[in-house]
Each structure stands twice: as C-alpha cells, then as structure tokens.
Design a protein around this ligand. Structure first.
Ligand code: PRX
Length: 656
C-alpha cells in the first residue's frame, strides 16, 4: 500500500459513474443537474444560500442581510434569529419524526441505547436547565471533555440551546492540552465523565480534568459535571464537582430554545496550525447550521429512512458537523459508536453495521487501511447489504484503499464520497454529489455548489490544469470560520493574506497542496505547511517541538512527517541534547512519554533521532525539507547551497 504520489495519481484513470438505480433515487441525479445547480450558485451565491436558508431552516426572525463581507470578516444572515438546537430537535417534534430514532448509541462494552427525537429533546432540555441552575449564561464558554457517549451530544445541544458556546476537547488530549484550551476559551464549566472506553482500556478523563484544573490554574472554571460511565473510583471535589445524574434528577424538561443572533458564537474548536499554539476556530450559529445541513443532505443523499453512521469522535469537527448537528438538523437517524478499529475485535465495526442496518457509513482512510490489514474475512462474514453509500475524510485516500472500500465494503454498488474539508470550513467543500458525479479513486472530485475553489500559485494566479499549486476558495460561504478566538489578526494573516489579495479580492488559503485535472477534478495532495496528518489527526510540528523542548534534556527539536503505510504520516523528531545529556534508548522512551503527557497519545513520536546539530540556513532557519527527505530515508533532494554546515547532513543520516 502506498500513499498517493503525483505519479500514481496522474496514472489514475478509472472512472466510476453512479449506478442508474442510485441516480434515479438521488436528490441530484445527473452531472447536468449538478452543473446547473453549481452555475446558479456561482451566478448569485447570496440568493442561492438565502433560498436554502428560507426553505430548510426554522427562523424565529428573518435576517436583514444575507452576506455582509468586509474581508476577511463575514456575517451571514445578519439580523436573523434562530437556534440550532431548535432546528435539530424541536421542529421535528411536530412531525412524524417525533418518535423516530434520532440517536442510536453503541457502547464499547456492548451496551446500547436509542433516543427518539422526543426523548433526545427532553434530555437536552433537562440538561440545559442543569446548566442554567449552575449559573451558565448566554455567552459563557463550556468545556466538554467526554467519551463517545450520548451525553456528549446532549451536552453540546444543551449548550447551543441556552446560547453557551461549547469548546469540545478530544478525550485523547492530555491534561496539559485540555488546560491550555480551557484557559484560552475562559471556560466557566467543564463537562466530563469518570472515564471513557478506548480500545479495551479506560481513559481516566475525570483525573485528567483534576490535573488540568489543579493549583487553580484555570480560575474561570467553577463547576465540573461528571457523567458516570466506567464506574471506577474518582475524586469529587465538594462544591466544584457534581454528578450529572444527581442534578438531572427531577429537573424540569421545559426549556425553550434561546433565540440566538445568526452570528452568535456556537462553538470554539481548537486545531493545529504551522505556528504557535493551536488556534481556537470560531463558528457561529446560522451559517454553520445551514452549511452542515445542506452538505450532508446533498453529498450523502440523505433519506429519512437511512441509518447513518459517522465513525469520528465528537472531539473533532467531523463529529460536530456530521454526528451531531448536520444529521439532527436534517431529522436523520445518527449512530454514535464508542469503539475504535482494533485487532482484539476485528469484526466490531461490521457487527455494528449488521446489527443496526446501517445505510450510510463515513470513516477515514486510516481506518480503512487498518481494516484491510485485519483481513477481509471480517466484513465478508457479516451482512453488509444495507449499505448504500460510503464516505471518507481526513486525508488523501490512496487508490488501493479506495478500491478495497469499494469492492469489499461497498460490494461494488455503493458510491464512494471522498469529502475534502477542514475544521475551518465547517463542512464538505469538495465532494462528489453521489447521484450526479462520477468518482475517480483518490479524488474528492468537484466543489460543492456555492464553493468557488481554485488552484493557484503564491501570487494567487490560477495554475494550468494538472499543475500542482495551493488550494484556495475565492468566495465566502456560510460555514466559513469567522475568526481565531481572541486573535482576529492571526485569522487574517493565516488564512486570508498568505496569498496576497489581488484587486482587493481576498482568497481563503486552505494550507493544502492540490491539482486540478482536465475534467476539473481536484486531487488533494496534503498539507503544504508545517502541519502533519497522523492517522487523520492534524498536528502542528511546532507544538510537538515545544513539547520536546520543554523536557530538561532537550536543547533543540525539529519535527517532520515521515510517510507511513498505515497512518499516512508518522511523527519523526530530530533532537539535540542539552549539556551533558547523552543519547540512550531510555531517553527515547522518556521523550516519547513526555510528548504524550504534554499533548496526548496521538502526538507520540514514532521515531526520535539524536543529532549534534540541525541543518540550518545561514539565517538560522531549520531546513525541514532536508529533514523530511532524511526521515523518509530518501536522498536529500534539491538545493542545499544555503545550508550553513554541510557536515551536518552526514551526521544526521546516521544519528549519534
Ligand atoms: O489536509 C487536509 C486533510 O485534513 C485537513 C483538515 O484537517 P482537520 O481540520 O482536522 O479536519 C479533518 C476533517 C475534515 C485538510 O487540510 N483532509 C481532510 N479531508 C481530506 C483531506 N485531504 C485529502 N482528502 C480529503 N478528503
């Protein structure tokens, strides 16, 4: 199995048109229909989005302006009032969906729960009242650090209901990472669980929260709410900590949704960039609601009878947009699973599909590669005939993995919807519409209607077909991030000035390299900045470097991605040592552990190489390109004339 390279992708000529049966039943049924929709949206994006906002969502009050664009700051549907929790719950209660399954949950040790829309609404209202009782007000940020249990979704919807922006922190992040995020968002309250199940082990979430809050290091947090999940002993600090089930007991289920301004902040979600600390990506209410709603509906051709399963964690944007908000806003049945692919239970995912009759399955290439490794006997021995559409996200999918997914999981009848998007974009940006757009293995195909995507050079000029360049978006869209929390300047610099505006026209820089072929299909190659993608998780090399340097033995560190068959990329660290510290196997182990402690297991370096010096230019910049070549075991390519000390290269090859 190999990662896509320009060469392999240029040779990829296979084309998979939708089957006639699929197209006939799809919302958008042909390439011509897609083209018409696309052209209509391009000609008048504001009208296009306004028409959808009007027909697809419930409003307490209609907006005054569709788009107020003062680059790079956008307001969508300004003057309007709505509530996404209302759109996800209340509006379905007056229809037949009232008693439809909203959320099916499959727990890791085999327990399972189902909530109808009416039941989910009741839980959310009660929990919203719990939050209110603890003094949470509109505008207060609430931290959520949870396992994959229904209470995570309930907590998010309850926050949205009362207008308290949530800041969900992935349960695999360390106490330190959690602390940084709670401090940055000035969270008032944290919602967690005693523990969570992860691959047959318990993650001690509450103990991590205690550590994050120790020594009053996050003074803004005054309350912690704890769901009982794994039942082990934990410390409960009197006055600060409360059991969810105690407070939910006997509380009123009457909690009308707060009418929110379209542009009120819905949530903060942290993501890695090439410099500095993780950025708090800010999404607001109405645009996010509309964008996740429409993208899911069209790209996954969502039907009311579907059981839809997205395998992401709610700690990432995929979980926000496509486990919770997008599906529920559409009145769909969304399935949430606490488990992860693992060798100890290689048939677990296929059991879930068979048990619940899943129709739409959405996962990541890294998971597909893990399934391939575990062997096709596992899916082959389960009945997967309910599946009608497969999705993928998170990293470029290698054509081999695509073909396996198509053949073994999709039985050669399910369209594969490769969705390119980011935390910043809220929802799918480049994606097939499955009844209309023929797919090519490894390509996310064409832009979603309303999205003007392009491939440009560093000056912003469109590059010719089949030439690599930078992926950009030329027009604002409702789901676009609004700012970096507390740092609008960073928002401007990172996303909108990287490619200089031409004639006052700003373009959104995604940070990905890509190519467009002669059919207009986009082929995303991966990040062009110092961000690496490990098993579909986005990590800033600088964050890992700072974690390493915070260890007393480390003088300097440079981290790069090394191509990896399973994970796409792996963390590879070059380290120089402080004073009389000497390289050893023990130190390697200790440094890996240190990174896990500082960031979380997802950032654990696969390899650490000690060296006397790092390759630098005369102006002192680390030459990462060389390090990437070395990590990949390749000859150092390109110009090395700016390297200050040529001898460094030989030493690096060997390590010390
Ligand atoms: O490099 C792209 C890659 O994931 C990055 C976004 O990461 P994150 O914000 O964590 O969101 C992941 C889930 C949306 C992108 O800049 N990426 C995401 N989807 C794809 C992809 N690369 C290639 N193909 C995709 N379908």
């Amino acid at each position: 199995m190999s990662e896509p390279t320009i060469e392999s992708i240029l040779q990829e000529k296979r084309l998979f048109p939708p089957t006639p049966e699929f197209s006939q039943n799809a919302q958008i049924q042909s390439l011509e229909d897609y083209q018409q929709l696309y052209d209509k949206a391009k000609a008048d994006p504001e009208k296009f989005w306004a028409d959808l906002a009007e027909t697809q969502l419930h409003w307490f009050q209609k907006w005054d302006t569709v788009l107020d664009w003062k680059p790079p700051f956008a307001k969508w549907f300004d003057g309007g009032k709505m509530n996404i929790s209302y759109n996800c719950l209340d509006r379905h209660l007056t229809t037949w969906r009232r008693n439809k399954a909203a959320l099916i949950w499959e727990g890791e040790p085999g327990d399972s729960r189902t909530f109808t829309y009416a039941q989910l609404h009741r839980e959310v209202c009660q929990f919203a009242n719990v939050l209110k009782q603890l003094g949470v007000k509109k505008g207060d940020v609430v931290g959520i650090y949870m396992p994959m249990i229904p209470e995570a979704a309930i907590a998010m919807l309850a926050c949205a209901r009362i207008g308290a922006p949530h800041s969900v922190v992935f349960g695999g992040f360390s106490a330190e990472a959690l602390r940084d995020r709670l401090i940055d968002g000035e969270a008032k309250l944290v919602i967690t669980a005693d523990g969570g199940w992860r691959k047959d082990a318990i993650v001690p979430l509450k103990a991590q929260v205690d550590k994050a809050l120790s020594n009053n290091s996050v003074p803004s947090v005054t309350n912690v709410l704890v769901v009982k999940r794994t039942q082990q002993e934990i410390q409960m600090e009197p006055g600060r900590d409360h059991w969810w089930h105690d407070l939910q007991q006997g509380i009123s289920a009457d909690c009308p949704a707060e009418p929110m301004d379209s542009e009120d902040m819905l949530f903060i979600l942290y993501t890695s960039g090439s410099t500095g600390k993780p950025k708090g990506v800010v999404h607001t209410t109405a645009g996010y609601n509309l964008y996740t709603h429409m993208t899911l509906q069209w790209a996954f051709d969502l039907k009311d009878t579907d059981v839809y399963w997205c395998t992401a964690d709610v700690g990432w944007i995929t979980g926000h947009s496509y486990i919770v908000y997008g599906p529920l806003s559409n009145g769909a049945t969304t399935l949430m699973y606490e488990g992860a692919p693992r060798a100890s239970n290689p048939g677990a995912f296929w059991d879930v599909i068979e048990k619940h009759g899943v129709n739409i399955f959405y996962t990541a290439p890294t998971a597909i590669r893990a399934f391939i490794k575990m062997g096709e006997q596992h899916p082959k021995t389960r009945n997967l005939s309910s599946l009608r559409l497969l999705g993928t996200v998170g990293e470029p999918i290698n054509p081999e993995a695509w073909m396996w997914y198509h053949r073994v999981i999709g039985g050669e009848k399910c369209p594969i919807v490769d969705t390119w998007w980011q935390t910043e974009t809220a929802g799918f940006m480049i994606t097939p519409l499955p009844g209309a757009i023929p797919t090519k293995p490894g390509s996310a195909t064409l832009p979603f209607p309303g999205i003007i995507a392009d491939i440009v050079d560093l000056e912003g000029n469109t590059v010719p077909d089949n030439e690599g360049g930078y992926l950009v978006v030329r027009h604002p869209w409702p789901g676009m991030m609004r700012t970096v929390y507390g740092d609008p300047d960073r928002f401007r610099r990172t996303y909108w000035e990287h490619i200089p505006p031409q004639d006052g026209k700003y373009v959104y820089f995604a940070g990905d390299g890509a190519r467009k072929d002669e059919d207009g299909y986009f082929w995303v190659m991966g990040r062009v900045d110092d961000v690496i993608n490990v098993a579909g998780h986005r990590l800033g090399t600088m964050e890992i470097e700072s974690a390493l340097v915070s260890h007393p033995a480390v003088a300097e560190a440079a981290v790069v991605g090394k191509p990896d068959e399973m994970k796409g990329e792996e963390v590879f660290a070059f380290v120089t040592l402080e004073g009389d510290h000497t390289p050893s196997e023990e130190l390697v182990k200790e440094l890996k552990k240190h990174v896990v402690q500082e960031i979380g297991a997802i950032a654990r370096p696969g390899e650490i190489r000690f060296t006397d010096a790092l390759p630098k230019t005369r102006s002192g910049k680390i030459m990462r390109r060389l390090l990437r070549n070395l990590a990949a075991g390749q000859e150092v390519a390109g110009d090395t004339s700016t390297l200050e000390d040529m001898g460094v290269l030989d030493k690096l090859r060997e390590g010390v």
